[in-house]
Design a protein. Structure first.
Length: 280
C-alpha cells in the first residue's frame, strides 16, 4: 500500500480521503471510561499509524492538545456527551482539524478499533471541491476574503479559564480555482457581519449536500487531506460497558518550519499557541 499512500499524499484528488481496510486491531482492552487514559501506550497500532503518518509527512502532536500526545483515543466519556470533541457522542458537524492553528495538520487518520453497539455511528466527510460548484461566484468570492475568525477548539482550552481565544482574520476558501482548499469549523468559525454569516450557512448546506457517511468497521483506517475535506461524526448512544465505539487518531504534517522545530520542547510535538500566536 506504500505507493498508493504516497500518491495520495502528493495529490489527494477531488474526494480528499483514502481508505485502508483490514488492518489488525485485535487484543484490545475495554474501551476507556475516562478522558486521557493511555491504555494503548504500547499497542502495535502505534507502529501501524506511525508508518502511515510518516509516509504522508511526519507524525506530530500539539503541546496544547492532550499534552502533546501523538495518538488520540476517540471514545465517549460519561458526563461529556455534549462536548464538541472526541469525548462526546452527540453529532459533531463539519470541521477542519485544528482550524485555529497556523500549523494545522496536512493529514489526519482515523482507525476504527471498535464500532458502536448498533454499528450506526458514521464518520462524515465532505470535500470542498465537490461543494463549491453548488455556490454562486459571489458567495465563493466572499468566502475567499480574510474576514473570518475561528475560536480555539475546546480540546486546546480544556484546562484554561475565561473566553476562548480566536485566530484570524483568515479566508475560509483559498487556493486556485481548480484546486481550492478550505479552513472552516462550523462550530467555531465566525464572520465579521451578517453577510458573512449567510455565506457560511450556504457553505454548510453545500457541504451537507455532498457529504459521504462512512460507517467504519474494526480495522478500517480513513486518511483525510485536512485542507480539502472537512469531517464530522453522527450521533450515537454509548452504554459505558467497556464495549463502546473507539477510534484512534493521528496527525501528519508535511513540513515543519525550522523556527518551529527549534522551539519544540519534545521531538514531533509542536509548540504551544502562546509561544507562536501571530507568527504566521
Amino acid at each position: 500500500m506504500r505507493k498508493p499512500l504516497l500518491d495520495f499524499g502528493a495529490e489527494s484528488g477531488e474526494s480528499g480521503y483514502f481508505m485502508l481496510r483490514g488492518l489488525m486491531v485485535d487484543d484490545l482492552p475495554e474501551t476507556p471510561a475516562v478522558h486521557g487514559m493511555t491504555s494503548l501506550d504500547d499497542h502495535f497500532t502505534n507502529g501501524t499509524l506511525m508508518l502511515v503518518a510518516d509516509l504522508l509527512g511526519s507524525l506530530v502532536g500539539y503541546q496544547d492538545e492532550k499534552s502533546g500526545a501523538l495518538f488520540h483515543d476517540v471514545h465517549p466519556v460519561r458526563g461529556e456527551e455534549h462536548r464538541i470533541e472526541n469525548s462526546g457522542s452527540v453529532a459533531f458537524d463539519f470541521h477542519t482539524e485544528n482550524v485555529h492553528h497556523p500549523l494545522r495538520p496536512d493529514f489526519l487518520g482515523l482507525l476504527c478499533l471498535r464500532q458502536d453497539h448498533e454499528a450506526i455511528a458514521a464518520t462524515r466527510l465532505s470535500s470542498v471541491r465537490d461543494a463549491l460548484p453548488l455556490l454562486t461566484e459571489d458567495q465563493v468570492a466572499e468566502l475567499r476574503k480574510p474576514q473570518f475568525h475561528s475560536l480555539y477548539p475546546t480540546s486546546f482550552t480544556r484546562n484554561t479559564e475565561g473566553p476562548r481565544p480566536s485566530s484570524g482574520p483568515h479566508p475560509v476558501i483559498f487556493g486556485s480555482v481548480d484546486q481550492p482548499f478550505i479552513r472552516f469549523n462550523s462550530h467555531n468559525t465566525r464572520a465579521a457581519d451578517a453577510g458573512g454569516e449567510r455565506v457560511l450557512r450556504a457553505l454548510t448546506e453545500a457541504l451537507e449536500s455532498v457529504c459521504r457517511d462512512l460507517v467504519l468497521a474494526p480495522g478500517d483506517l480513513v486518511v483525510l487531506d485536512n485542507h480539502v475535506v472537512v469531517h464530522g461524526r453522527s450521533a450515537f448512544q454509548p452504554r459505558y460497558d467497556g464495549r463502546d465505539r473507539w477510534l484512534r487518531r493521528f496527525y501528519s504534517l508535511r513540513s515543519t518550519p525550522l523556527w518551529a522545530q527549534r522551539m519544540m520542547r519534545h521531538p514531533r510535538v509542536l509548540p504551544a499557541m502562546a509561544d507562536i500566536r501571530g507568527v504566521v
